[in-house]
Design a protein around this ligand. Structure first.
Ligand code: IPM
Ligand code: MN
Length: 353
């Protein structure tokens, strides 16, 4: 097949991991006779520096013409002045809104070999296989904001159709898995959460009566994710809770650097990005873990291009390379000598061939 992919390296380690991602995409294309064309564009702090805009018009139009978008990371201390009028993160939020990718899918799988890399005791990690479905284009991230000298506010709004459509994505995933859906909210305090819970109950009863539905308060969910992570199958939650819980869940897998994500909407053009941030502390050193990015490229093949075989090949190449003891610094044990970002990507490419 042929596909046009907009590549948005962004900031910090973004460019380093993006290069690893596109190298792997080129390798899989060569192997299977596909043609991927890449259009590299500005986003985030890089956009602010070069075009005074975290989501420049060229980026917007390139994404609109593309079959999928691959993103590194945005943000960094040089753009983090709380009083700055524009911030890198606005670029990412504008991109998600422009693509209307309301469903952010974050799989949390544990490679047995990485149990040691996790700060959680190995016995708790047994059988952990979670997908977090995070609502991505609504809630407090997108509500009206106000600021005066002495006060500030962020509005959190959810509409019925927004809750229904994210639930459908999550319930369909649960259908193909263990059939359990945990909806996470803060219904003991927030009106949006009580609404979310109501819509969840009616939608699930009407459309997915066979799915085992459970509601959990977000504070309890944060605790149970550590205490009994194997309990969870699919978790569905609103934008900010999903952001927080997936950083927490990444510790089950050993490192933020391991987790991929796919952001999907009604069209097949998805946005694919690792869940980690720009990691300014290690940027430019060539030591970032590219596995989350390479896993995101695999999700692109599966969800946007329907190339399931190719996606699975990449995922098993990642597993095999990790099994062989090849580790970047974030997941290296005391006895391992860590490899660089490029060495990790090359090992995965070698495995693919
Ligand atoms: C993420 C990030 C973003 C978010 C930031 C960079 C705006 O933390 O993708 O999880 O909060 O959504
Ligand atoms: Mn986050």
């Amino acid at each position: 097949m042929e596909a046009l992919i907009t590549v948005l390296p962004g900031d910090g380690i973004g460019p380093e991991v993006c290069k690893a991602g596109t190298d792997v995409l080129c390798a899989i294309a060569a192997k299977h006779g596909h043609r991927f064309e890449f259009s590299e564009q500005l986003i985030g702090g890089a956009g602010i520096d070069e075009a005074q805009d975290p989501f420049p018009a060229n980026t917007r139009s390139s994404c609109a013409e593309s079959d999928a978008v691959l993103l590194g990371a945005v943000g960094g201390p040089q753009w983090s002045d709380p009083n700055a009028p524009i911030r890198p993160e606005q670029g990412l939020l504008a991109l998600r809104a422009a693509l209307e990718v309301f469903a952010n899918i974050r799989p949390v799988q544990i490679l047995d070999e990485l149990a040691d890399a996790s700060p959680i005791k190995a016995d708790r990690l047994d059988g952990v296989d979670i997908i977090v479905v995070r609502e991505l284009t609504g809630g407090i991230y997108f509500g009206e904001k106000t600021r005066t000298e002495d006060s500030a506010s962020d509005l959190c709004v959810y509409h019925r159709h927004e809750v229904e459509r994210i639930l459908r994505v999550a319930a369909n995933l649960a259908n193909d898995r263990r059939g359990q859906l945990c909806s996470v909210d803060k219904a003991n305090v927030l009106e949006t959460s009580r609404f979310w819970r109501d819509v969840t109950v009616t939608t699930m009863a009407a459309e997915f009566p066979d799915i085992k539905l459970e509601h959990m308060l977000v504070d309890a969910a944060a605790m149970h994710l550590i205490n009994r992570p194997a309990h969870f199958d699919v978790i569905v939650t609103e934008n900010m809770f999903g952001d927080i819980l997936t950083d927490e869940a990444s510790m089950l897998a050993g490192s933020m650097g391991m987790l991929p994500s796919a952001s999907l909407g009604e069209s097949t053009c998805g946005l694919y990005e690792p869940i980690h941030g720009s990691a300014p502390d290690i940027a430019g050193k060539g030591i970032a873990n590219p596995c989350g990015m390479i896993g995101s490229a695999a999700l692109m093949l599966r969800h946007s291009f329907g190339l399931d075989v190719e996606a699975t090949e990449i995922e098993s190449a990642i597993r095999k390379v990790i099994s062989a003891g090849i580790r970047t610094a974030d997941i290296a044990g005391a006895d391992d000598s860590p490899v660089s970002t490029t060495e990790m990507a090359d090992a995965i490419i070698q495995q693919l061939r």
